[in-house]
Design a protein around this ligand. Sequence first.
Ligand SMILES: Nc1ncnc2c1ncn2[C@@H]1O[C@H](COP(=O)(O)OP(=O)(O)O)[C@@H](O)[C@H]1O
Ligand SMILES: [Mg+2]
Length: 182
Amino acid sequence: MSLVITGNPGVGKHTIAEKIAQRLGLVIFDINKIAKDAGLFEENQDTNDVDTEILEKIIAEKISENNLIIGHLAPYVLEKNQVKKMIILRRSPYDLIKVYKERRYPDEKIRENTGSEILGIISHDAISKFEEKTIQIDITGKTIQEAIEKVMVMISGNEGDEKVDWLDLVTKNNDLQKFFVD
Ligand SMILES: Nc1ncnc2c1ncn2[C@@H]1O[C@H](COP(=O)(O)OP(=O)(O)O)[C@@H](O)[C@H]1O
Ligand SMILES: [Mg+2]
């Protein structure tokens, strides 16, 4: 069984996973890279436009116990018996916008990805499939170092999920239009 880090694009999966992998002596297994190498992504990585059934088979053949698996598709291409713990990283949509602008995502892709984080789609799907194996962690406002420490503490302890409700925040800020309307 493997340790898994998932969450929307831009939440910090790769940044955090590299350090965690070093500390725990694990080897990173990047689902996006595997999908790309297998020719399953068109040009658009970071989308869900991929045949998850084929990807699931390829991954099952390649993963081993010493892997730290990363990817926003993780909940859709892994089975519960392959997973020791699944960390779901969460990050404020206001911070994600900045990451996506730096990545020069087109407006539509920014809306799609911030919308997904606000509604908590990956989180919902992960928790309903992987249940007690999931640990939801909000890294908003943390430095990278602080985020790594928080993830390490939550992996080693038996902490439950953190509550995250961006929809409530965005509604209170009167920003629904900003995120969901052209
Ligand atoms: N805790 C953090 N605080 C501030 N910036 C962060 C943090 N973690 C990651 N970042 C930055 O956010 C951006 C996206 O991180 P990345 O690891 O590429 O995300 P992902 O792999 O989930 O797409 C990078 O520019 C990274 O330096
Ligand atoms: Mg990444």
